[in-house]
Design a protein around this ligand. Structure first.
Ligand code: HPA
Length: 234
C-alpha cells in the first residue's frame, strides 16, 4: 500500500491511463475494460485494473492540478513500478484555429507553476513526451480516421486566470491550456518512464465556445480509443 493508493504492488498494471476525474476512471473501466477490478477507493480517487485487447491496463484518477497529479504519479512510478503513463484529459484551446472536440497530442508542456522552479532551483526544465508513445498514438489515431494535432500545451495552476495569460502562450504557439501534463512529463523523466498527454478540446478560450455534454462524451470516447490502443502496445 502506498500513502494515497490502497493497492498491493501487483494490483496496478505496467501501463496506466490517467484521467483527472475519478468517475471518468470508473467510466473507462466499466465501458472499455474486461473484468475490471477496483484497486483504490482512498479519497474517492478510483483506480481500476482490467483487460483491453488481451493486455492488462490500469486507469487511475489523479484529481485536478499538478500538486494532486504529482501525488498519484509519484506513487504509481515509485511504489507500483508503472512503466508507461498516458494522461487522458481535456484542455481549453487558445487559438481560434483549434476546434472543439479535436484531439491534441502534447509534445511538450510549458507551465506557470512554481513546482519546477523550485525543483530545478530557478533553472528551467523542458517537460516533453516520450517519442515512441507519441508516434504510436499518432499512428493509432490516423488508422481510426481521427485527426489529431501534435503541439505544445500549457499546464497552468489557475483555471480562473484574471490576467489573460493564455494570449502570451498562444503567441508562442501553444495549442491549449490544461493543468497536469508538465508534472507528468517531469516525473516520467525523473524516473525514466514513458509518458504522453492526450487531450480533447472541451472549450475554446479565444472564442468562448464550449462543448455540450453530448459532444464531450463522443469526443472523449475517441480519445479513450486512441489512448487504450496506444497503451496496449507498451
Ligand atoms: N483551463 C485549464 N484547464 C482546462 C481548461 C481551461 O480553460 N479547459 C479544460 N481544462
Amino acid at each position: 500500500m502506498s500513502t494515497h493508493i490502497g493497492a498491493l504492488k501487483g494490483d496496478v498494471a505496467d501501463v496506466v491511463l490517467l484521467p483527472g476525474d475519478p468517475l471518468r476512471a470508473k467510466f473507462i473501466a466499466e465501458n472499455f475494460l474486461e473484468s475490471p477490478v477496483c484497486y483504490n477507493e482512498v479519497r474517492g480517487m478510483f483506480g481500476f485494473t482490467g483487460i483491453y485487447k488481451g493486455k492488462r491496463v490500469s486507469v487511475q484518477g489523479t484529481g485536478m492540478g499538478q500538486p494532486s497529479f504529482s501525488i498519484y504519479a509519484n506513487e504509481l512510478f515509485t511504489e507500483y513500478g508503472v512503466k508507461t503513463a498516458i494522461r487522458v484529459g481535456t484542455c481549453g484551446a487558445v487559438s481560434p484555429e483549434v476546434k472543439l472536440g479535436e484531439v491534441i497530442l502534447a509534445i511538450g508542456a510549458s507551465t506557470d507553476s512554481a513546482i519546477n522552479k523550485r525543483r530545478f532551483r530557478g533553472m528551467n526544465f523542458a517537460p516533453t513526451c516520450n517519442f515512441e508513445v507519441l508516434k504510436k498514438a499518432y499512428e493509432v489515431s490516423a488508422s481510426m480516421g481521427i485527426s489529431c494535432r501534435v503541439g505544445t500545451v500549457v499546464s497552468s495552476d489557475l483555471f480562473y486566470d484574471d490576467d489573460n495569460n493564455w494570449k502570451l502562450w498562444a503567441s508562442y504557439g501553444a495549442l491549449g491550456i490544461e493543468m497536469e501534463t508538465a508534472e507528468l512529463y517531469t516525473l516520467a523523466a525523473k524516473y525514466g518512464r514513458k509518458a504522453l498527454g492526450i487531450l480533447t478540446v472541451s472549450d475554446n478560450i479565444a472564442t468562448g465556445e464550449a462543448t455540450s455534454a453530448k459532444e464531450r462524451e463522443q469526443t472523449f470516447t475517441n480519445m479513450m480509443k486512441i489512448a487504450l490502443d496506444t497503451a496496449v502496445s507498451f
